[in-house]
Design a protein around this ligand. Structure first.
Ligand code: AMP
Length: 183
C-alpha cells in the first residue's frame, strides 16, 4: 500500500507511522527525517533546506520533491511506502501523483490525523526538540493551516481521504487507523 499521512506537527504522525509500517511491512518515508539527514551530511539540498527548517518554515517544494523522488527509486519502495509529513503543499501532492501515476503505482489512501490545536502546542512543548520554541510552533501551525489544509480538499475530491480522530492513547488511534484502511 501507498499511504500519505496528513496532520499538524505533534498530531502523532511519527508514532503511528512506525506502527503502520511494521503492520504493512513497508518503508517509512519521513521528509522531516530525510531533510535533517541531508542537513547533517551537508548535501546540496541540505544546505539549502537548513535555514528554512531552523526558522520553522516549509522547505520549498522543488527541494522536497527532489529528495522524495530519489528515495522512491530505492528498491525497498517497490512494494509500497508510508509518507510521513509529505506532501505538505498542493504542489507536492500534484508532483507525487504525477510520479506515482507514471510509475503505475497510485496512492491507496490519504490519512488525516485530526487533533485539537491546544493539545498540539502542549505536546510539542513537551517534546523539547531544538526547533520547538513557541514562536516556531505557532509559525508551523500557521503554515499548516494556510498551505496544507487544501490538501484535505484535494484528497477528498480524489476519494482517498480518511479522517482519523487523533485524540486518546496510541493504541486507540492505531485501532482507528486500521479500521480506516481495512487492515
Ligand atoms: P517534521 O519532522 O515533519 O516536523 O519536519 C521538520 C521540518 O522539516 C519542517 O518544519 C520543515 O521545515 C521541513 N519539512 C519536512 N517535511 C516537509 C515537506 N513535506 N515540505 C516542506 N518542508 C518540510
Amino acid at each position: 500500500m501507498r499511504i500519505v499521512f496528513i496532520g499538524p506537527p505533534g498530531a502523532g504522525k511519527g508514532t503511528q507511522s512506525v506502527l503502520l509500517t511494521e503492520l504493512l511491512d513497508i518503508p517509512h518515508l519521513s521528509t522531516g527525517n530525510m531533510l535533517r539527514e541531508a542537513v547533517e551530511h551537508r548535501t546540496t539540498v541540505g544546505r539549502l533546506a537548513a535555514e528554512f527548517m531552523q526558522s520553522g518554515r516549509l522547505v520549498p517544494d522543488p527541494f522536497v520533491v527532489q529528495i522524495v523522488g530519489e528515495r522512491l527509486q530505492q528498491p525497498d519502495c517497490e512494494g509500497g511506502c508510508l509518507f510521513d509529513g509529505f506532501p505538505r503543499t498542493l504542489g507536492q501532492a500534484r508532483s507525487l501523483d504525477e510520479y506515482l501515476t507514471a510509475a503505475g503505482t497510485p496512492l491507496d489512501a490519504a490519512l488525516e490525523l485530526r487533533v485539537d490545536e491546544e493539545l498540539l502546542v502542549n505536546r510539542l512543548l513537551g517534546r523539547g526538540r531544538e526547533d520547538d520554541s513557541i514562536d516556531t510552533i505557532r509559525r508551523r501551525f500557521r503554515d499548516y493551516v494556510t498551505m496544507t489544509t487544501p490538501l484535505l480538499d484535494y484528497y477528498q475530491s480524489t476519494g482517498l481521504l480518511r479522517t482519523i480522530d487523533g485524540s486518546g492513547t496510541t493504541n486507540e488511534v492505531f485501532k482507528r487507523i486500521r479500521e480506516a484502511i481495512g487492515k
